[in-house]
Each structure stands twice: as structure tokens, then as C-alpha cells.
Design a protein around this ligand. Structure first.
Ligand SMILES: Nc1ncnc2c1ncn2[C@@H]1O[C@H](COP(=O)(O)OP(=O)(O)OP(=O)(O)O)[C@@H](O)[C@H]1O
Length: 501
């Protein structure tokens, strides 16, 4: 059968650095084709070529067997290629319907919005999503925004669907539901490309898998005939599995104390309701729960990006900072690894060095604001990039937005751990990381704990929470509804999530 999408010998470089090196990839209608590869291997770049965002320097693009030259993203969309990006491209103050209308222009706004609303409702129903077309995107959780992105490309008539790490922000159950839906779309005739780092998704949902390494597609395999260990080996080479030892923090001082914290969402609805827990020095406190139950708001409140409506937030050495303005001392004390790195952690248009400096400037380590020691910043940024294996850095003066998703996350982590924070707040810290980088981040969290930091690990990935946490709180509807000591019973945690929902 002819491939719906074929990319042959694609070449692309940036600033003279080769990013795609004769990469070849094909996706057939009716199939889910996974694309695997370590952070920075070129997966997003290759798909950006397919989506008309990057013009290739060599090679051919074929749609249904016919060579085409894509004249930008609108041209790719018109030919049935729809891509959902790692970093969503939604306009936050607009409603769902307005966003989808914007991406799929209609001649007249009024008729257009009615028409689009009906299309959204139809697609959402078919996909099993509960999307309200009139909700403002800024009030949606990350998982809901992901669904809007998928509906957006389907409303646009995509039949070649490229999903760049679509489940990175979803819980296991949400991811399963999404991938089942995606599989159904494929069976109904779509060609689906699934960029992912999650091997179980490849094994369970993909009909084929292509592995990329350093800009090349090095193998295409049948996932049912390949073990997860073989896929890991092909993707990142050997990685060392590790087992975190448990540290008993009983009796250690409390470094973070959250009492009856209440936060409202932008639309006035309550996101956090009486959230109460504490974390001791030398302890990882994991927060498990279905996404959208207040985790994002909690993380934002803890890192100072959101002011709580009520409640207390004690940080060791700083006192109650619930209503306090952001300060250099707080930035120095709390390491912030938020789930949405481009909203809260990185400024894409600033250089890598400036992004590195920004969270450390208040500490006085680089002089005063009036006299910044740029030499020291450059030295530390260069060292951190090396220590944390941030790849794809031609120069620390390059814009952070040019890093691959996983490498941008490594930069955030490098910066946040470059000081010795008393409290670490990590929300989905391994989102978008390949197996090796994910292991490295887990090791860093454990090292921070062993050094005496209080670590809050918020993650929708229950395995991650269970593997690393010394204690686990289950969060439902903005409250910690149950707590478990290690070793926690997975079933009991699952029940707590559901019982209180
Ligand atoms: N517009 C751009 N300008 C400069 N460099 C770029 C640009 N887009 C991508 N790159 C570089 O190309 C390389 C491949 O990045 P890409 O995002 O394709 O990797 P990836 O396999 O998707 O990684 P990840 O799993 O981390 O998302 C990286 O080194 C990245 O910095």
C-alpha cells in the first residue's frame, strides 16, 4: 500500500549544525507509527518538516505517493497533515471555539463560530472528550488543552495526524483513553505518527516503530516482535536502572508546611480547597492524583507563581510566604520545576545563559542587579549545560526556545539545582525526557533529598511517585484526601483517587 506520508532522505541543519541527516520515514493509512529516539535526536524537527514548518534542505516529501513541496503550515494542513506540538499553540485568553476558529479560518466570524462549535462538539463526542467550546483556554488544565489541540487538527480535516508526545501530560488512564481513540482513528483510515518516549505505549498501541538517532532513522521494527529492553538499547544505549533507598526523615525539621491552602482558578472556580500537608528535611513527598485536581495550582502556589486566596505556606527560614511578594530569598530557597516550562520556567526568546542566570540573580551570587558579573554567569551556565548533558547547545548565547523539548527541561533542572535549595517543587519533572535523562533527574531528586532538601514531587505518573516518594499524598478536588507511608499499596492509592472523586 502507498504510504500516506513519506519523507525520503530529509536533510536540515541550523547554523551549520546538521539536525536531520538523510532521515527517511513513512506512515501508512490505517496504522499508528511510533517515532522513538533520545532527546535531541531530531524527531520533532522531522515532523516539523512534514507539517510545513521547516523547509528541508534536501530530500523529498510524498503525500499518497506524489512528491510535494510544502509551502508552509497552511499548505501542509490543506493537504491533510495535522500536527499537535509538544508546546501547545493556543491563545490563552480566547475560548476553545475561538482558538479552533483561528486555526481553521471561516469566511464570516458569526457563522464560523456556530459552525465550529458544532464541529467541536461532534469531534469531542466521537473522541470521548468533554470539551466545552465556550470555556476560556486559560481555565483549562494542561490535559484539557491537549484535547483541544487534537480536536483542532481533526476539525481542520487532518488525515495524517502527527502527535508529538501527546501523553506526556496525561495520567495512565487518560493516556490509555487517548491512545485507544487514536488507534480507532487509524483503523478508520488515518495515518498516525506518535512521537513518544514511553515504550509501553509503543508496545501496546503502535503497529510500527521507527527509531531515530542523531538525525537519522536507524531502524523500523514491528513492536510486537521487539522487547522493551531492545527498544531502550536501540534508543539510548545502555542505561543503569537504579533502586532508590528509603530514607527515614522522622524527627527531621519540617521545611515546608502547607495549611488549608485555597486557590481559585482564573474563572473563579476553586482549584485548591484546604490543601494541607508538610514535608520534612530529607524527605520526598509525592502527590498522586488525576490531573486537573489542583496539582498545577498547588505547584504554582508553592513556587510563588500564584497567590493563594487563603491559607498558610511556611517555608523554613522564610516564615509564612502565602501572601508575601516574590523575593530573591524565596527564589533561592525554592527550586521550581513546573510542568509547563515555557509559562513558568523558561523565556524562550532569552539566551540559555540568561535563562540560567534569571533564577539565581536575586541570590547575590552574580553581584547586584546594577553590576552583574556576566563572566561568572557564563562560566556557571557552561558548566551546568555540561553537567546536565543539555544537548544541542551550539553556544550559551543561543535562544532557549531552540532547544529540543527534553533538553529545555534539562536546562530548567540544571538551573534549579545549581543552588542548594531548601525546598524542591517538581511537577512532572521527567515529562518529555528519554530514559537516560529521566534516570538522571530521578537521581538528582534523590540527591537533593539526601542533602536535606524537602522535595515535593507532583506527578500524574503513579510509578514515578511510588518509586521515589517517602510519603505519598493523594490529591482529589484540591485536597489531600489520603496519605500513605512507603511502601505504599498501589491499589489503595488508586482507590483513594477514585473514592474521593
Ligand atoms: N529552529 C531551530 N533552530 C535551531 N536548532 C533547532 C531548531 N529546531 C530544532 N533544533 C535543534 O535540532 C536538534 C533536534 O531537536 P528536536 O526537537 O528535533 O529533537 P527531538 O528528538 O524531538 O527531542 P526531544 O525528545 O527532546 O523533544 C536539537 O539539537 C535542537 O536544538
Amino acid at each position: 500500500m502507498t504510504e500516506a506520508l513519506a519523507l525520503e532522505g530529509i536533510r536540515k541543519s541550523f547554523d551549520g549544525v546538521v539536525v536531520l541527516d538523510e532521515a527517511t520515514f513513512g506512515a501508512k493509512a490505517g496504522e499508528v507509527h511510533a517515532l522513538l529516539g533520545e532527546n535531541g535526536a531530531g524527531k520533532s524537527s522531522l515532523m516539523n518538516v512534514a507539517a510545513g514548518l521547516y523547509a528541508p534542505e534536501g530530500g523529498r516529501i510524498l503525500i499518497d505517493g506524489a512528491a510535494v513541496s510544502l509551502n508552509g503550515p497552511a499548505d501542509a494542513r490543506a493537504r491533510g497533515i495535522g500536527m499537535v506540538h509538544q508546546h501547545f499553540k493556543l491563545v490563552m485568553p480566547f475560548t476553545v471555539a475561538e482558538n479552533i476558529l483561528l486555526a481553521n479560518q471561516r469566511p464570516r466570524y458569526r457563522a464560523g463560530i456556530k459552525d465550529i462549535r458544532a464541529a467541536i462538539e461532534e469531534q469531542s463526542r466521537a473522541l470521548g472528550f468533554a470539551i466545552d467550546p465556550d470555556r476560556r483556554v486559560s481555565t483549562l488544565t494542561v490535559a484539557e488543552q491537549q484535547q483541544v489541540e487534537i480536536v483542532k487538527v481533526l476539525v481542520g480535516g487532518a488525515r495524517i495526524l502527527v502527535l508529538d508526545e501527546p501523553t506526556a501530560v496525561l495520567t495512565d488512564a487518560e493516556a490509555d483513553q487517548l491512545l485507544k481513540t487514536v488507534q480507532t482513528l487509524a483503523r478508520a483510515g488515518a495515518a498516525v505518527v506518535l512521537v513518544t518516549h514511553k515504550l509501553h505505549e509503543v508496545k501496546r498501541y503502535a503497529d510500527k516503530v521507527t527509531i531515530m538517532r542523531r538525525g537519522k532513522a536507524v531502524a523500523t521494527l514491528d513492536p510486537s516482535q521487539t522487547t522493551a529492553a531492545e527498544l531502550t538499547q536501540l534508543t539510548v544505549g545502555d542505561t543503569q536502572p537504579f533502586s532508590p533507598h528509603v530514607r527515614k526523615a522522622d524527627g527531621a525539621p519540617t521545611r515546608l508546611n502547607v495549611g488549608r491552602l485555597r486557590c481559585l482558578r482564573a474563572d473563579g472556580r476553586t482549584a485548591l480547597e484546604d490543601a494541607t500537608f508538610f514535608v520534612r528535611a530529607g524527605e520526598i513527598y509525592g502527590i498522586a492524583g488525576v490531573s486537573g485536581n489542583g496539582q498545577a495550582e498547588l505547584a504554582e502556589a508553592l513556587i510563588g507563581a500564584r497567590q493563594p486566596a487563603e491559607g498558610e505556606l511556611f517555608i523554613d527560614g522564610l516564615g509564612n510566604v502565602a501572601q508575601a511578594p516574590m523575593s530573591g530569598a524565596r527564589m533561592a530557597a525554592v527550586a521550581a520545576i513546573p510542568a509547563d516550562r515555557y509559562s513558568f520556567a523558561l523565556a524562550g526568546t532569552l539566551s540559555i545563559a540568561d535563562n540560567f542566570a534569571v533564577a539565581n540573580i536575586g541570590s547575590g551570587r552574580y553581584g547586584s542587579l546594577a553590576m552583574v558579573d556576566r563572566g561568572a554567569i557564563r562560566r556557571d551556565a557552561t558548566q551546568a549545560v555540561a553537567d546536565y548533558d543539555v544537548q544541542g547547545v551550539r553556544s550559551i548565547d543561543q535562544r532557549a526556545a531552540l532547544l529540543s523539548g527534553g533538553n529545555a527541561q534539562k536546562l530548567v533542572i540544571a538551573r534549579e539545582f545549581s543552588r542548594e535549595p531548601a525546598v524542591v517543587v517538581a511537577h512532572s519533572p521527567s515529562r518529555g525526557l528519554d530514559a537516560r535523562a529521566c534516570n538522571a533527574v530521578h537521581q538528582r531528586l534523590l540527591a537533593a533529598r539526601d542533602r536535606g532538601a524537602a522535595v515535593v514531587l507532583i506527578s500524574e505518573d503513579l510509578d514515578e511517585v511510588m518509586n521515589l516518594s517517602d510519603r505519598i499524598g493523594v490529591m482529589t478536588r484540591g485536597r489531600i484526601v489520603a496519605e500513605f507511608d512507603r511502601p505504599a499499596d498501589r491499589q489503595a492509592i488508586g482507590r483513594a483517587m477514585v473514592d474521593h472523586a
